[in-house]
Design a protein around this ligand. Structure first.
Ligand code: PLP
Length: 379
């Protein structure tokens, strides 16, 4: 199998599996217990927090473990509106993940006003338009993702957070897709909240973290036993948190590779594609994650291509896993002004540090053969 769908989920790193196993077999204690048997679990969670903070470039106490990206974004958005109940306006972007769009929609249904910024053909917001959309004293929160899951396009999040800061507005970023793929130094930014998910960088599914800047307030919605310093109640998922820490450490050590070798592979894949007739890459040419290629092939239906590639042993998708099987063209590509037909011809290839050149070459051949079989000539 050739796995080129690393923006959907990633294989679990050997380092992460190795680190978590003792916490499934020998040391299954509740880290909140007082006896010595539990001390190892508590220390392991503490180490994982240091490892995650190391990858994010933030302070250890700014990391809250959660069940993943969706929970983290929901927690941040709810917190921001709870902290400022008199503010009834939210700014986000049309190309955000459902983990942001759905809680914003729920708030809209509850009477909030939501501004969804559009993007240009490259998938990026316009900073002047963004600034004009902010309403000091009225906007409770901005939620803007760092890297898009379908296209890898990077938003100018640091600049946007700076503008929000000047206006006294809280800022959340879904950094799920960027973690482990691009250098992140949260302490150098004005971001108040950031969501991340373990399974996008070689940790298991169902574990993630929320960054909460120490100068930002936080109103938890998970109330209970007061774990995570009262910010996320519920007995800690020790094995998965340990794996998250180990995966974060491995990602930090491989960061150069993620930007270098993975980019080279992706670029050679795109160069190969460009030599094929009627193949195009969607998204900004520079402001894009090094591992993502969202491509379209004129006259070739993406669903057909995905099936042919699957038959050839190559796993890819059209973008958001939640949209697979849906006939609706991708809202992300539609927001980038791609006509519905072109959006339906778009396939996402996403690479990782485990991807090899031989796999990329084999995938290119399978794509070329798929185009020959599927292409319908347009009149
Ligand atoms: N945000 C982005 C950009 C994603 O790609 C995903 C995963 O698909 C999520 C949030 C949700 O993360 P999780 O699967 O951990 O809930």
């Amino acid at each position: 199998m050739i796995y080129l769908d690393n923006n959907a989920t990633t294989p679990i790193a050997a380092e992460a599996v190795e680190a978590m196993l003792p916490f499934l077999t020998e040391c299954w204690a509740n880290p909140s217990s007082g006896y010595r048997f539990a001390k190892r679990a508590k220390e392991a969670v503490a180490l994982a927090r240091v490892q995650v903070a190391g990858l994010l470039g933030c302070e250890v106490e700014e990391v809250i473990f959660t069940s993943g990206g969706t929970e983290s974004s929901n927690a941040a958005i709810r917190s921001a509106v709870a902290l400022n109940p008199e503010r009834r306006h939210i700014v986000t972007c049309a190309t955000e993940h459902e983990a942001t769009l759905a809680p914003c929609e729920a708030l809209e249904a509850a009477g909030y006003e939501v501004t969804r910024l559009g993007v240009d053909a490259g998938g990026r917001i316009d900073l002047a338009e963004y600034e004009a959309a902010l309403r000091p004293g009225q906007t409770a929160l901005v939620s803007l993702m760092l890297a898009n899951n379908e296209t890898g396009v990077l938003q100018p999040v640091a600049e946007a957070a700076e503008i929000a800061h000047r206006m006294g507005i809280l800022f959340h970023s879904d950094i799920v897709q960027a973690v482990g793929k691009a250098r992140i130094a949260l302490r150098e930014t004005r971001i108040h909240y950031a969501s991340l998910s373990g399974h996008k960088f070689h940790a298991p599914k169902g574990v993630g973290a929320l960054y909460v800047n120490r100068n930002a307030g936080f109103r938890p919605f998970m109330l209970g036993g007061g774990q995570e310093a009262g910010r996320r109640s519920g007995t800690e998922n020790v094995p998965h948190i340990v794996a998250l820490g180990a995966a974060a450490e491995a990602a930090r050590l491989h960061l150069e590779e993620a930007g270098g070798a993975v980019r080279e592979l992706r670029d050679s894949f795109e160069a190969g594609l460009r030599s094929l007739d009627g193949a195009h890459v969607n998204g900004h040419p520079e402001h894009r994650l090094a591992n993502t290629s969202n491509c379209r092939f004129d006259g070739v239906d993406a669903q057909g291509m995905i099936i042919l590639l699957d038959n050839a042993g190559v796993c890819v998708s059209t973008g958001s896993a939640c949209h697979t099987g849906s006939l609706k063209p991708s809202p992300v590509l539609t927001a980038m002004a791609l006509p519905a037909r072109a959006a339906r011809e778009s396939v996402r290839f996403s690479f990782s540090r485990y991807t090899t050149r031989a796999e990329v070459d084999a995938a290119l051949e399978a794509v070329a053969s798929g185009i020959r079989k599927l292409r319908v000539t347009r009149k």
